[in-house]
Design a protein. Structure first.
Length: 380
């Protein structure tokens, strides 16, 4: 069944809610402070830019990154039946159990940065009921196989995006100190074959052929990557008559059609979460390839959402670099990560905290009685 843009926006009117504007006065004041700190101008590179952007996001000259919440969205994909992943579909449920036990990389990272972690199961073939710290929102056991059908019905897409929005609301309300708002929201994903879904969406959003975007994901060899690209190409051609909305550039229907036809429940939830963060004025730290595709979807739905996103790291997936033109800033790190789960975004949190500390706690030239002439020294 085809989805028309009005079907989704009527069911989820919140998608059209305006994004909160950045505080330009706070950003200007933060930029002026950076010029007065005891260092050559611009010598802290991206760390300076992060602090200035956070000042604008938080509406204060001295930004913080203390209060962090993490949400991981998990779901199974029908396209896994086409042999596009190096791992069986049962691994999705097994990893959810690992999250519940605290044994996954994102669990370790969450403990390290003292951030609460919530896991949202949006639908797995293997049941996972009764697990601690796992919130079950079973939309369906899996998405449909998009080689033959749209991945989701319009109702399923609406539900998945609403769950992402609700996760941001949950994070905002669970703060122990209600007087201090959430500083950073980290989202992650888990779902066997979801790099195939993300690659298909990227192909449509970027108008780039799947064979130029497909990567190894969880560990495919060259033959497996080629097979993945072929499956995506066949699927796009199969649905081509229903994708004519992509010819109407600027229509809200474009990203939503891509998401409905080729996405996963977790990718839709991520997209909803990033939009909700922008609307609520919460900084979202974006993880690797799959999360960045969801972030690009959010930006295509509302371009101002880009103001509220910090890209954490450069994914090792070959398509990742092609996504970057749609964002305000470049990734903070390049650690050759390709794990997912939100792990790279969580790893970037200490660096963001350090950027705030340097901005907030360094002495100015006046305070340190250092000649301001040092600011004109060319950094090496």
């Amino acid at each position: 069944m085809n989805m028309r843009p009005t079907e989704l926006t009527t069911a989820s009117d919140w998608l059209n809610k305006p994004v909160k504007a950045l505080d330009s006065i706070a950003m200007y004041a933060a930029e002026e402070r950076q010029k007065q700190l005891t260092k050559p101008a611009g010598s802290l590179g991206k760390l300076e830019k992060v602090a200035i952007r956070l000042a604008g996001m938080q509406g204060r000259v001295f930004p913080r990154a203390d209060k962090v919440c993490i949400a991981v969205f998990a779901a199974d994909h029908g396209i896994a039946a086409e042999g596009v992943s190096a791992f069986p579909q049962a691994v999705t449920a097994e990893m959810i159990r690992n999250f519940a036990r605290g044994g996954a990389a994102i669990c370790v990272a969450a403990r390290f940065i003292a951030a609460p972690l919530a896991v949202y199961n949006l639908g797995t073939v293997s049941p996972t009921e009764g697990l601690p710290n796992v919130i079950n929102h079973q939309i369906a056991p899996q998405t449909a196989n998009f080689l033959y059908h749209p991945s989701m019905t319009p109702a399923q897409l609406t539900t998945a995006m609403d769950i992402g929005r609700s996760a941001v609301g949950d994070a905002l309300t669970q703060q122990a100190d209600k007087a201090q708002r959430l500083d950073l929201f980290v989202a992650g994903e888990m779902g066997i074959a979801n790099t195939t879904s993300a690659t298909a969406i990227a192909s449509l959003l970027l108008s780039i052929a799947p064979e130029k975007l497909a990567g190894p994901g969880t560990g495919l060899d060259a033959s497996g990557v080629s097979h993945k690209a072929m499956i995506i190409t066949r699927a796009i051609e199969f649905h081509r008559s229903e994708l004519k909305g992509f010819e109407q550039k600027g229509s809200i229907g474009d990203p939503l059609i891509a998401l409905q036809y080729f996405g996963g429940f977790e990718i839709a939830a991520l997209t909803g979460a990033y939009l909700a963060c922008a609307q609520e004025g919460v900084t979202a730290v974006v993880d690797g390839f799959i999360c960045t595709v969801a972030a690009l979807l959010a930006c295509r739905i509302n371009p101002q959402a880009a103001d509220w996103l910090i890209l954490s790291h450069s994914s090792a997936e070959p398509a990742y670099a092609m996504l970057l033109d749609g964002f305000v800033s470049q990734p903070l790190l390049n650690l050759e990560l390709r794990l997912g789960e939100g792990s790279g975004a969580a790893i970037a949190v200490p660096l963001i905290r350090l950027a705030c500390a340097l901005h907030n706690e360094m002495a100015t030239f006046e305070e340190a009685a250092v000649s301001a002439a040092v600011s004109t020294i060319e950094a090496t």
